[in-house]
Design a protein. Structure first.
Length: 479
């Protein structure tokens, strides 16, 4: 049955039954819960950006709409870590070129707990494609298994200072780090660009990770998690720093080298694997199926370029004790909707969060007006754009999508199920997710990619009628 016919059937034949089912559940909830308080609302649509709208009040539920959205606050799911973006070498450079006052203002706007409050950011172990140059921390024309040439001096100029400023703006900032390539001498290609890892390099590479973590800590920047390899299944045809890892090799590296090395050093740095697209969910299951690797793996890092977010639920269902983190996804700065694609991003975020991700981290947090610095082939834009000449800061559509989550969802919040009556739930153009914060408040985010419409949200014995403008995102927050 199509969505349209199903909706028609529900309206014509099942409204009473659906209403009875929801009312029965509502009676139970109402007996357990205090009445929800007034609802504060923020909206992004047309010329408004995370603008405060008129508050709403809950009303007794007298009739359940056939496409109502049920807020199942008693069905808690994953605990949230937070939201953020990648502070790449390129991003750090762009931010470092601002004068002190302008940079402090941008850093506060992005990270301060009373502003956008980004709190889960990615860094790069060596260069990515978004760097000024290709580099690692131990480049040598000859193999250096003792890591005598290891140095993070490159990062001391502007990268580490920007990371320190970010954490100063938000002391709760969680940083995770990913390599795009090991040193060239560790690979069969003897190059940072493309190629694959040599098995005989596993031991020095585990020690390379350890030296990176210790060197960064000595500079005042603690890294909370690492992934083994950015996009482990993508060689990028030698066009940028990259490295192939088969799943067997990633398993072997984690269980016999990286995991034991970090544990022996007494570090509690989390290890994430895959760091790639949804369509590789089978690989994630295979890696977690190895008991020796399982003990060291905290979770799976996911990208959203290929496949569907439901892949994360497949892995969660197989290994519910392991975490999911969404670690990369960005906008094309040449796209005409770069500054206005907030609903597209909120819709994507809802899908990610409804499939067990504990965090969402976008790609570059800041780039210039051309999407630079970039030594790779892909044109991306930052969450913010900093003009090279005027230093004017422009906020992307992705920025405004984040505002509807990061400004309202606290670390430690629990996602709760938001379901549709009969599986419909306000139609194909409307997506939604909900959170219960540690302070007892609740949040629902609703994105509407279609035409203007009214939706009904049902919470126990109470309901809200919410008007959704076309192409809009709304956050509802109540205690």
């Amino acid at each position: 049955m199509t969505v349209g016919s199903r909706r028609g059937f529900l309206k014509a034949a099942s409204a009473v039954a659906a209403g009875f089912a929801v009312s029965s559940r509502a009676t139970v909830w109402a007996a357990e819960d205090k009445a929800p308080g007034p609802v504060k609302v923020w909206g992004t649509f047309r010329d408004r950006r995370h603008a405060a709208l008129e508050p709403l009040a809950w009303k007794p539920t007298t009739q359940i709409a056939a496409d109502a959205i049920l807020l199942n606050v008693h069905v808690p799911r994953q605990e949230m870590l937070g939201f953020g973006a990648a502070i790449t070498d390129a991003s750090a450079y762009v931010l470092s070129r601002l004068n002190d006052n302008d940079r402090q203002a941008v850093m506060r706007e992005l990270f301060a707990p009373d502003q956008l409050a980004l709190n889960v950011c990615r860094t790069c172990i060596g260069s990515s494609d978004y760097s000024r140059t290709a580099y690692t921390f131990d480049e040598s024309p000859e193999p250096d298994p003792e890591l005598k040439k290891f140095s993070i001096d490159h990062d001391k100029a502007y990268y580490l200072p920007m990371l320190r400023e970010a954490r100063k703006a938000n002391p709760e900032l969680f940083l995770f780090s990913s390599p795009w390539t090991p040193p060239g001498w560790m690979k069969s290609s003897n190059s940072m660009l493309g190629g694959a890892m040599r098995k005989q390099s596993y031991d020095p590479y585990a020690r390379y990770f350890l030296k990176f973590l210790e060197a960064y800590k000595a500079e005042g920047v603690v890294i909370d998690a690492v992934s083994v390899q950015n996009e482990a299944d993508a060689e990028q045809e030698g066009r940028m720093p990259a490295c192939l890892w088969s799943q067997e090799h990633e398993i072997e590296f984690v269980k016999s080298h990286l995991g034991p090395t970090l544990r022996k050093a007494g570090l509690d740095t989390k290890i994430w694997v895959l760091d790639h697209n949804y369509n590789l969910w089978g690989r994630a299951i295979d890696e977690l199926s190895d008991p020796a690797a399982y003990q060291y793996i905290d979770g799976i890092a996911w990208h959203g370029y290929v496949g569907e977010p439901s892949a994360m639920s497949r892995v969660h269902d197989a290994f519910p004790q392991k975490n999911a983190y969404w670690t990369e996804g960005g906008s094309d700065i040449t796209a005409p909707d770069y500054q206005t694609d907030f609903t597209k991003w909120a819709d994507q975020f809802n899908g990610i969060l409804n499939n067990w991700a504990r965090s969402i981290t976008a790609w570059n947090i800041a780039l210039d007006e051309k999407g630079n610095p970039n030594i790779g082939p892909f044109p991306c834009g930052g969450v913010v754009t900093v003009d090279n000449t005027t230093h004017k800061v422009t906020l992307s559509g992705q920025y405004w999508a984040f505002a509807h989550y990061s400004k309202h969802v606290q670390r430690g919040a629990r996602v709760f199920a938001t379901d549709g009556v009969g599986g419909v739930g306000a139609g194909v153009d409307v997506s939604h997710t909900g959170f219960c914060n540690p302070d007892g408040s609740c949040v629902a985010v609703v994105a509407n990619r279609g035409a203007q419409k009214r939706v009904q949200l049902v919470l126990g014995s109470k309901a809200l009628d919410v008007d959704l403008p076309a192409d809009s995102v709304q956050t509802l927050h109540w205690a």
